[in-house]
Design a protein around this ligand. Sequence first.
Ligand SMILES: [Zn+2]
Length: 136
Amino acid sequence: MPAERPSVQALRALRRGLRLCCPRCGARTLCRSWLTLHEHCAECRLRFEREQGYFLGAMYVNYGVTVGLALLGSFAVEWSMPVSLTQQLLLWVGFCSVFPVCFFRYSRSLWLAMDYWCDPWGNDATEEDEDEDEAR
Ligand SMILES: [Zn+2]
């Protein structure tokens, strides 16, 4: 079987990230609740948080997407309808306050998917490590 092209792997990682799926197996086991993730995948046992502070990069994803959408949206609104500067500010300050909270788990999922695509980690970070950690 021929190896997959990097573009196909990248699209699969992006799709799994947007669907809140495990980057390794694609099972929908990532989220525990609205703001929390499971520690590992229920199907393949992949540990999601590789190390403490791992999801710091997700903040950059969240910030970048929020700012990008706000900039594009403000230009689109400015060019398509007559609104005052005050209305624009109210709209985009509101957007920039609410959107990052709604996008929180997607930013973590996308960060996880991108990281797994760039540097897939194997069974070195699975449940067995957790058992060893708990035994100490
Ligand atoms: Zn999995």
